[in-house]
Ligand binder design. Structure first.
Ligand code: GAL
Length: 668
């Protein structure tokens, strides 16, 4: 890890903006003018190079760095700080000729082909050796270049469903991984319960990958393969990070994606200095297919009001406080089912929202729209002819605004922990994909819906990893759907003064994917035992006595001595059970139930609640409150919404208002 002193130079006293640029896409004569225009627009950062392998090493072992030397020099001389990408997401065609087996393989056994990007298998060691070579060449040449202020390793691991590969290389790697984990094959048989259906193995070499079985494979087998696959992404990245560390003190970054859960980002993040993610709010609307057409239309030009914030908070945790938006959507994308233009003001709103969640840099994708190839219909900051595109004026306005505000004031609010935290666990995603036990059980959605319910009550929420050492001074911690306990988390629960809401489905397995001996939630202090579970049809939710419903999932619990039922289901079964500071939520609350339940708990904890109308959201930064309006209607903030602000203000669609709670006056 780079010593803090080296990277502190990078830490900005106020947030900045940047852009993704592809000099290799444009005639060299354009570069200087582009660089000057970037600076004139107020941008400070430029990311380059992440897909340029075929131009950097046109033939195996023959490098052409001349053009990149000149591009970096021109951009740097113009005053821009450069993030240089390693190009390993786009192996050139010659690579495939040398290594025809390097391709990832789908579940059905088909090799994924050349002609786009990310065509490699994370387990294929000769490709990793080639990645080391190009990284080494770049690191040696540019590691001490004064214009290079950061490195992006690869691009969007996991994009296009590329983490899991059923190749021979993956099979061989998995066998080795299992040998290291279990040492003896009998230990594996025992751990997986292979006596069931006569699945015992005699040797690690007999274990295949869990695809193409006749019916479902053993969940313990799948879970280990998911862990193995996640480990390969981490190892792949580490191979490059180690080389870069030898040659540079600049920050190492990766640009993660929205809703990619196939590898453990928390474990991965330990090898880097800064987390970043690529935020395409409208593209990701598709993800809310659970919402009806009316809702979809209402937010089609803004995106889901919680999706971006959720990822900002997630990646803040992954980056241990340091994170960026590496790619911000600037207009219509080319890849969503429908691609309307953002509502005027949204690019500014998304940028402000990122800053309010602590982003150090917001960087836009991309400088100029490409007139060729796959993304020719994807907006840039400039149209293909170089004229300003839709987001230009908003970015200029945003850059002016961030320079006008007294950033020190906001900074102290940014450093504070939120009073509420939700545990997010990648292994739980894998576990419940492996064994959903009901078509609609989706761990990401469960956590996201709870996060969203709290935000509608005006709360700011941190996302924390599952092996967290303690909960700090937080007042409320939520642990929904956690696959299995770990010692750190258990100790944090014991030690905390916070109210802890656990469930549904939490602690329902051992790490080996068995039902715990004492039955879920496998935590005697909770005072409940889950004796049966039910997944629910979408048309048959389960009513709650005080209003709202359980949807998708409910647990049937036996309540032990010392614990008390605080709410029942309509059918008389216990819905919420409390034992001191611990609460068990025995089902997945729908939006109405979640709002009511969290409202009650927040009131009991004396936390202020601000009911935000649809689309309005707020991030609390100490004395400042940053409001953004994702709604298609003008909304009211302040006194009329039960907030601690004395005045009322209106906020237009796509509006941003920052209120100083001491003076009750807007500072923006
Ligand atoms: C991102 C990717 C970029 C570009 C962009 C288009 O996922 O990192 O290279 O493809 O999407 O929206």
């Amino acid at each position: 890890m780079t010593p803090d002193s080296d990277i502190s130079a990078l830490q900005t006293s106020q947030a900045q903006t940047g852009v993704c640029y592809y000099p290799e896409h444009w005639p060299e004569e354009m570069w200087a003018k582009d660089a000057a225009n970037m600076v004139a627009l107020g941008l400070s950062w430029v990311r380059i190079g992440e897909f340029a392998w075929s131009r950097l090493e046109p033939k195996r072992g023959q490098y052409d760095f001349g053009w990149l030397d000149r591009a970096i020099e021109i951009l740097g001389q113009a005053g821009l700080k450069v993030i240089l990408g390693t190009p390993t997401a786009t192996p050139p065609r010659w690579m495939l000729k040398v290594y025809p087996d390097m391709l990832a393989v789908t579940k059905d056994g088909a090799a994924r082909g050349f002609g786009s990007r990310r065509h490699y298998c994370f387990s294929y060691q000769p490709y990793i050796a080639e990645c080391r070579k190009i990284t080494q060449a770049l690191a040696k040449r540019y590691g001490r270049n004064v214009h290079i202020a950061g490195w992006q390793i690869d691009n969007e691991y996991g994009c296009h469903d590329t983490v899991i590969s059923y190749s021979h290389a993956a099979r061989d790697g998995f066998r080795l991984w299992l040998t290291q984990k279990y040492s003896k094959i009998d230990a594996l048989n025992q751990a997986w319960g292979n006596v069931f259906w006569s699945m015992d193995y005699d040797s690690f070499d007999d274990v295949e990958l869990p695809n193409q079985t006749v019916t479902e494979p053993n969940p313990s087998h799948v879970m280990d393969f998911r862990r193995y696959s996640s480990d390969q992404v981490i190892a792949f990245n580490r191979a490059q990070a180690e080389i870069l560390r030898e040659h540079t003190d600049a920050a190492l970054i990766h640009n993660y994606m929205g809703r990619i859960t196939e590898f453990d980002h928390f474990a991965f993040g330990d090898d880097l200095d800064i987390a970043s993610w690529d935020s395409y709010p409208m593209g990701f609307l598709e993800d809310r297919s659970d919402k009806d057409a009316l809702w979809q239309c209402d937010f089609m030009r803004q995106g889901d009001p919680d999706f971006q914030a959720f990822h900002h908070d997630l990646y803040r945790a992954v980056g241990r406080g340091r994170w960026w938006v590496m790619e911000q959507q600037p207009g219509p994308v080319n890849w969503a089912p429908y691609n309307p233009a953002p509502l005027t003001g949204m690019v500014r709103l998304w940028s402000w929202e990122a800053l309010a969640h602590g982003a150090e840099v917001v960087s836009y994708f991309r400088w100029r729209q490409a007139p060729f190839a796959q993304e020719q219909m994807h907006a840039g900051l400039q149209n293909p002819d170089g004229s300003p595109a839709l987001a230009w004026d908003e970015i200029r306005q945003f850059n002016r605004e961030i320079n006008m505000l007294d950033w020190q004031d906001l900074q102290s609010g940014l450093a504070q922990e939120a009073p509420i935290a939700i545990v997010f666990d990648y292994a739980s995603c894998w576990a419940w994909e492996t064994q959903p036990q009901g078509k609609d059980f989706d761990y990401f959605r469960l956590v996201f819906e709870m996060y969203s319910a709290l935000r509608k009550l005006g709360q700011s929420v941190d996302i924390i990893p599952p092996n967290v050492a303690d909960f700090g001074a937080r007042k409320l911690v939520l642990i929904p759907g956690l696959f299995t306990w770990n010692d750190n988390l258990h100790a944090a629960i014991q030690a905390t003064k916070a109210q802890v809401i656990i469930g549904p489905r939490s602690g329902s397995k051992t790490p080996n994917f068995r039902i715990p001996k004492t039955l879920p939630p496998d935590m005697p202090e909770l005072g409940v035992k889950v004796t049966a579970v039910e997944s629910l049809r979408p048309d048959a939710p389960s009513g709650l006595e005080k209003g709202g419903k359980f949807q998708i999932w409910q647990d049937c619990v036996q309540v032990q001595e010392g614990a008390s039922i605080t709410e029942n289901r309509m059918d008389g079964a216990a819905a919420i059970v409390t034992s001191g500071k611990l609460t068990y939520l025995a089902g997945w609350p729908d939006a109405a139930a979640a709002e009511r339940i969290f409202r009650d708990i927040l009131s009991q904890l004396d936390m202020s609640i601000e009911i935000l109308s649809d689309g309005l959201r707020c991030r609390n930064l100490g004395r400042y409150k940053v409001y953004v309006n994702y709604g298609s209607q003008t909304n009211i903030i302040g006194s009329q919404t039960n907030s601690d602000i004395d005045e009322s203000y209106s906020i237009t669609p796509a509006g941003v208002v920052i209120i100083d709670t001491i003076t009750s006056q807007p500072i923006l």
